[in-house]
Design a protein around this ligand. Structure first.
Ligand SMILES: C[S@@+](CC[C@H](N)C(=O)[O-])C[C@H]1O[C@@H](n2cnc3c(N)ncnc32)[C@H](O)[C@@H]1O
Length: 282
């Protein structure tokens, strides 16, 4: 009979610290059941016999395959189309007009939506630009959307969604951008091509370094999983990734003010957002 591995309190502490260093996410003791269950699953599937062997695989495996498999299991991917819709109104009614008014060149407007999870947020931005922003006729927009979880990124690229996920999509947009299939609602190819999905660990300096010159960043419902130190590091990453004068939108329960003085608060009619000081590059 195969014995199921067990995770001791000491193992949990070791794992907690390791996972935090790798992802910025700290699992508190209240999450033990959630964490233990997934560790035991991966120990079984990876061919290791106990936590000690598995932990050594996680730390020393050269290509990081097992770490990625574990990250994919540990992430919480909850999302849906048109989540906190007022922020997309703010984007098209207030933020983009301001960006366009001060842009001196014809460079594309760049939007970074992370974490993407299964892609609903980035596709919502694309739909809102097409449907609600007249400027789309005169300006190129690049939408890049990133997540640490490679499994969920594959789903984002495939663009097939459940009824629950599309529940808040306006009826007219449903007809225009989705096709009903046996397995769910398939998003239109033009929208799929409008978004570039990439794997990025926001806590890894090497991963985020190439991400620069963004006019707008959406980072909603990620900082809630971070502690103050990881949030501060994320704020510095966003500062470097934004053009001077660029904007960042967070989830409704997240705030930049407590963690960083790098951004100014802007109160628009539809939403409160944060802005990097300075003028845009010419
Ligand atoms: C709750 S979803 C948020 C999705 C979407 N932004 C929204 O608000 O609906 C959180 C996502 O954060 C991703 N994530 C967790 N840690 C991350 C990290 N260090 N870097 C990038 N993405 C991360 C997870 O994989 C998960 O898909």
């Amino acid at each position: 009979m195969t014995q199921t591995a067990t995770i001791s309190a000491d193992d949990f502490l070791k794992f907690q610290e390791f996972f935090y260093r790798k992802t910025g996410i700290r699992f508190e003791d209240t999450k033990r059941y959630f964490v233990d269950k997934r560790l035991i699953e991966r120990i079984g599937q990876s061919g290791t016999r106990n936590f000690r062997e598995y932990f050594s695989l996680l730390r020393f495996e050269a290509d990081g395959t097992e770490l990625q498999a574990l990250v994919n299991l540990m992430t919480v991917n909850e999302t849906y189309f048109f989540r906190e819709d007022y922020q997309f109104d703010c984007l098209v009614k207030s933020i983009l007009p301001e960006i366009v008014a001060r842009k001196k060149d014809k460079a594309p407007i760049r939007i970074w939506a992370l974490p993407s999870s299964s892609g609903e947020e980035a596709y919502t931005i694309a739909m809102c630009l097409i449907e609600r922003w007249p400027g789309i006729r005169d300006h190129d927009v690049e939408i890049i959307s990133s997540d640490i979880d490679t499994g969920i990124l594959a789903q984002a690229k495939a663009g097939l969604y459940s009824a629950r996920s599309v529940a808040h999509v306006p009826e007219a947009y449903m007809r225009k951008y989705f096709t009903k299939k046996a397995a769910g609602f398939q998003i239109d190819d033009d929208l799929r091509n409008a978004v570039e999905f990439t794997r990025v660990n926001l806590q890894d300096p090497a991963d985020v370094r190439p991400y620069r010159h963004f006019d707008v960043i959406f980072c909603r419902n990620l900082l809630i999983y971070f502690d103050d130190l990881s949030r501060k590091q994320a704020a510095e990453t966003f500062y470097d990734a934004l053009c001077p004068g660029g904007f960042i939108l967070l989830g409704h329960s997240e705030s930049m003010s407590r963690i960083s003085s790098l951004f100014q608060i802007r109160k628009f009619a539809d939403a409160i957002v944060y802005q990097r000081a300075g003028v845009e590059r010419s």
